[in-house]
Design a protein. Structure first.
Length: 260
């Protein structure tokens, strides 16, 4: 990674600020900036996911879906669900006796999710625009909650984890599917070159937006690594937290349970 692409130390940013990629920005400004990124890329989100991951994101999501173990009749919340890849499968698994809700903070992404679900014949799924830090659902509402490639964009990740834990029923599970830290130094170096050289180029060619994909690469580097996120989930009140690395740790699924 060249010197200009090296992340700053992950210490707490100055008071009143938070990380937006490698920048420190006023805390109140991050949500607006993230909204701008996802409004910009919403229309090309799915095709860029396929291009960026060479289609492997489908395997990552399939693993998370299987790990969630959704059963008929359960209530499921898909937080930051975007275009509804997980929502669609959860709706099939929960069946007519269950309920799946798709929520995202970004209206443009929710619109893409609504179209994607309708195109695949999935109807009756409520879509709710909401902030993961302050989910508008009663305590103990869901058997399973997932957040897929969304936690790193949340301003206050600890608040979001507490909010999701609050919405779980006792015995319910939270799954966090997110980019993480490669487990080998060689893979990390290759991944850095790919992220900071090719991602912005693909973003420019396909989405006409290199900057949003530069932010994507930076936000991944600033996201907590596997053990740090595990500790954050435990601090939020989740138990039996397990970490499942995929593709050498480039992506990980964290699963924890509300046991009280």
């Amino acid at each position: 990674m060249s010197s200009e692409n090296k992340p700053p130390q992950k210490d707490s940013p100055p008071s009143g600020t938070t990380h937006f990629g490698f920048q420190d920005v006023p805390t109140a400004e991050k949500q607006k900036r993230v909204a701008g990124v996802f409004t910009s890329v919403a229309g090309s989100y799915d095709i860029m996911n396929d291009l960026m991951s060479f289609g492997i994101h489908r395997i990552w999501k399939r693993f998370a879906i299987d790990l969630a173990g959704v059963r008929p009749g359960e209530r499921v919340l898909d937080v930051a669900g975007g275009t509804g890849d997980l929502t669609r499968e959860f709706a099939r698994l929960a069946g007519p006796r269950g309920q799946v809700i798709l929520t995202d903070i970004n209206a443009a992404m929710l619109g893409e999710g609504r179209r994607a679900l309708a195109d695949r014949g999935v109807v009756g799924v409520p879509l709710v625009q909401s902030n993961a830090e302050k989910l508008p659902f009663a305590e103990g509402s869901f058997d399973c909650i997932t957040i897929s490639f969304g936690l790193r964009n949340v301003t206050d990740k600890d608040a979001a984890l507490r909010s999701m834990r609050r919405c779980l029923k006792p015995g319910g599970r939270l799954l966090v599917l997110e980019f993480s830290k490669p487990q080998s130094e060689l893979l990390g170096k290759v991944y850095d070159q790919y992220s900071f050289r090719l991602l912005p180029l693909m973003g420019q060619l396909v989405a006409r937006d290199a900057e949003s994909y530069r932010y994507l690469a930076e936000s991944i580097r600033m996201h907590p690594d596997q053990e740090t996120l595990k500790g954050m989930m435990q601090d939020a009140g989740l138990s039996r937290v397990q970490v499942y690395n995929m593709t050498g740790g480039i992506v990980a699924v964290h699963r924890g349970f509300r046991l009280d």
